[in-house]
Design a protein around this ligand. Sequence first.
Ligand SMILES: NC(=O)c1ccc[n+]([C@@H]2O[C@H](COP(=O)([O-])OP(=O)(O)OC[C@H]3O[C@@H](n4cnc5c(N)ncnc54)[C@H](OP(=O)(O)O)[C@@H]3O)[C@@H](O)[C@H]2O)c1
Length: 342
Amino acid sequence: MNSNRTTRSWRLRRRPDGIINENDLELVTEEIPEITEGQILAKTIYFSLDPTNRIWMSDIDQYMEPVEIGDIMRAGGSLAIVEDSKVSHIKVGDIVQGGMHGGWQEHFIIPGEEAIAIPKEESIPLTALISVLGFTGPTAYFGFLDIGKPKKGETVVVSAAAGAVGSIVCQLAKIKGCRVVAITGNDNKCEWLKNDLKVDEVINYKKEQILDSLREKCPEGIDIYFENVGGETLDAALTLMNNYGRIPVCGLISMYNDWDAPGPKMFRNILMKRLKVEGFLVSDYLDRYSESLEALSKWMVEGKIQYKVDIVEGIENAPSAVNKLFTGENTGKLVIKVSDEP
Ligand SMILES: NC(=O)c1ccc[n+]([C@@H]2O[C@H](COP(=O)([O-])OP(=O)(O)OC[C@H]3O[C@@H](n4cnc5c(N)ncnc54)[C@H](OP(=O)(O)O)[C@@H]3O)[C@@H](O)[C@H]2O)c1
């Protein structure tokens, strides 16, 4: 049925050296394979672009296998419409999550037993399902609440605060009655954080001296530092942590293009201040996913959580768009729109 129809996908051609170069990937056109009994053919609507795409391109010891040279680039998440189905529980036109089968590609096949049709709810846009109610909201939820263990009145510092994860952490911290100091690298993002998300203080790390600004804006020290970036920001936060402070380590984006960058100079404060520093992956919490989605949805309905999605149109733009995450040009969850929503 699909013979002679073609589909495009981005395959990894070589491992990037520093920032991703468009020639590190190759846009290939291939024939859409026929599906067999028990399979589904899905056409991508959105796929997520994530800082971890850069980690997966590197041949380093990491939390899952790197993408192999020649393989289709993995996507952190995708939403697709079913074009053909040879299973009884999924029909043409259903919307499905790509899971581990979706990637930087226009079409993909999912084994029927892994496909779950997403219930159609007019009130929940697909862009929410690939952002705050995809995996960036749950990342913020479990990292901040489970590891950060916030208490009312505590001072919380969030790095990459206007990003997909960081912006949700800021709002969760406000919901929990904390004082929030948000760090970002752009004045428009500072305005959004202050005026719309109602954080208490903002710092533009590209204009200000991070340690001086943090010292001024955290006069009672830092109780929770939600770590998204590493580098100089981590050092500044470590310097000002209070006794028994918590650091959920969600990401280290400043290092993804340069793993030789030095580690924190103030490591000693983990001892001196008896800090809890814990790395986590949202996938560690899969069995509690529904808890986070329920809570986040409720807060969204109550107007306590807002989110932004930065949509770049066209699969051909994926390699240039992913670098927006490293230059800070994205506002909110960065996604590629591959085809129109139904
Ligand atoms: N552990 C998990 O399961 C998990 C899941 C999702 C994401 N993460 C991590 O969470 C972090 C945020 O991811 P996201 O998807 O929400 O992306 P994002 O925050 O929407 O985008 C990345 C942001 O990081 C900032 N940034 C980039 N390079 C930087 C640098 N050298 N120094 C300081 N800030 C820098 C930029 O914002 P500015 O304009 O503010 O510079 C950029 O917009 C990443 O570290 C990611 O790897 C972890």
